[in-house]
Design a binder for this molecule. Structure first.
Ligand code: FES
Length: 150
């Protein structure tokens, strides 16, 4: 499948039917992300089991790319350890910003590389990932201030 087709199909599918969308109560971490370019916000909530992400859900109003990226992210990181999820964050960030980045073994996340064609939308796709990363890095995630993609 061509990258453009993959990009379009995956983004449309995950925007129409976002996975893991909705509240998570109780949550061990709840962090709000903010895209200053458009004012859109989304909240990522985590339930941890030891050092692993037992459950993750998101809520918010965003564009198709931010919603699809968050949906893909929740599928990809559920069950992963904190370190594995942060490594994935680094790979996706690379994928969104570097034309030479490899998408090997990224599965459906590879579709996000299509965002490179639209530089103004990179912040849309990375919003949820920055939000997740700050939740995972914070010693007391309930107290994390809203994360900006700037
Ligand atoms: Fe606001 Fe994409 S336009 S997150």
């Amino acid at each position: 499948m061509e990258l453009n087709d993959l990009y379009r199909d995956v983004i449309l599918d995950h925007n129409r039917k976002p996975r893991n969308f909705g509240p998570l109560d109780p949550a061990d971490a709840s962090v709000e992300g903010f895209n200053p370019m458009c004012g859109d916000r989304l909240t990522v909530r985590l339930k941890m089991s030891g050092d692993s992400i037992a459950d993750i859900r998101f809520e918010g109003e965003g564009c198709a790319i931010s919603t699809a990226s968050a949906s893909l992210m929740t599928e990809a990181v559920k069950g992963k350890s904190r370190r594995e999820a942060l490594e994935l964050f680094d790979r996706v960030h690379e994928l969104l910003t570097n034309d030479d980045a490899s998408s090997d073994e990224l599965g459906k996340l590879a579709a996000l590389s299509g965002v490179r064609e639209f530089p103004a939308r990179v912040k849309c796709a990375s919003l949820c990932w920055h939000t997740l990363a700050s939740a995972l890095k914070a010693p007391h995630p309930q107290a994390v201030p809203a994360v900006s993609t700037e």
